[in-house]
Ligand binder design. Structure first.
Ligand code: GLU
Length: 289
């Protein structure tokens, strides 16, 4: 299994280098460009974000976008030579991020996208540009879930394609607590999870603290976050597997976003009112190899 997977990786790497070699001939250039090259030549990028997560990626009624991920996307695009007017935002859900990257519907994904072992087999991650921690949210009047271990036997949201429920029900590397007897309730997104929590169809939503803070802040008084963080969620910038040039350029941009003070300001802008304690030091980069 291990050997097969390694073989598959070499295969994928070779396919990309062959594709890149093919850019010698002018006609094939568009096919084989890295995202860095595409950004430089076209001054355009299509970036996948969430549309329904307040504070992170939110499509507003007037059609504009707001949130930390949106601003990180604009900063990185600028560093790659693409002005704000050259960005097309496209909605990515937790479930379609890998297929949208692989199929070329998006150039980059910046959408509360944790770097996990399973996903690393399919995509390359720049960053992390932020390290969140998984926490758990309940309704404001709930008194029986005080720590993550209390989720045993409880109804917990399972957002399609997201990794958060695994952190509760499965062991490491991509799981964590490995709790038995949790009743998983399906949803398509975290906004659906939060609606279900509010309507009483769920006991808890467990995911990245920044996501929970965004919803709790948007609907003040409805929910409480239990403050029992138990993972490091490294938010990566997803891109086509093997695009090392773009990964390195993204890492450079992320470092600069912290060193010039932008990251700290953006975190204040989007989370200051939420009560969440954010981290403003630059994360350790994952590496592009
Ligand atoms: N960061 C977690 C993940 O990537 C949860 C949030 C999400 O699905 O967007 O699975």
């Amino acid at each position: 299994m291990r050997v097969r997977r390694f073989g598959a990786l070499i295969g994928a790497g070779m396919a990309l280098s062959l594709a890149l070699t093919a850019c010698g001939s002018d006609t094939e250039k568009t096919e084989a460009k890295t995202i860095v090259q595409k950004a430089k030549d076209d001054k355009k990028l299509t970036i996948g974000i969430k549309y329904d997560q307040p504070g992170l990626g939110l499509k507003k009624p007037d059609g504009t976008f707001s949130g930390f991920d949106v601003d990180v996307a604009k900063y990185i695009a600028k560093q790659l030579g693409v002005p704000e007017s050259g960005i097309t935002f496209k909605e990515t859900t937790s479930a379609n991020r890998e297929s949208f990257i692989g199929g070329g519907q998006v150039d980059l994904v910046i959408a509360t996208y944790s770097i996990t072992e399973e996903r690393k087999q399919q995509v390359t991650f720049g960053g992390p540009y932020y390290v969140a921690h998984q926490d758990t949210m309940v309704t404001a009047d709930n008194d029986d879930i005080k720590k993550a271990a209390d989720l045993k036997g409880k109804r917990l949201c399972k957002a399609a394609g997201s990794n958060s429920f695994r952190r509760i029900t499965e062991p490491e590397p991509d799981g964590k607590l490995d709790i038995d007897g949790v009743k998983l309730v399906d949803a398509q997104s975290y906004s659906e999870c939060v609606s279900k929590l509010k309507s009483g169809a769920l006991d808890a939503v467990s995911t990245d603290d920044v996501i929970l803070a965004g919803f709790a802040n948007q609907q003040k008084g409805s929910f409480k976050v239990i403050n029992d963080p138990f993972t490091d969620e490294k938010f990566g910038v997803g891109m086509k597997k093997g695009d090392t040039e773009t990964c390195e350029a993204v890492n450079k941009a992320v470092n600069q976003m912290y060193s010039d003070g932008t990251a700290g300001k953006l975190l204040d802008t989007h989370f200051a009112g939420s009560g969440l304690k954010v981290t403003k030091t630059v994360p350790q980069m994952e590496g592009c190899a």
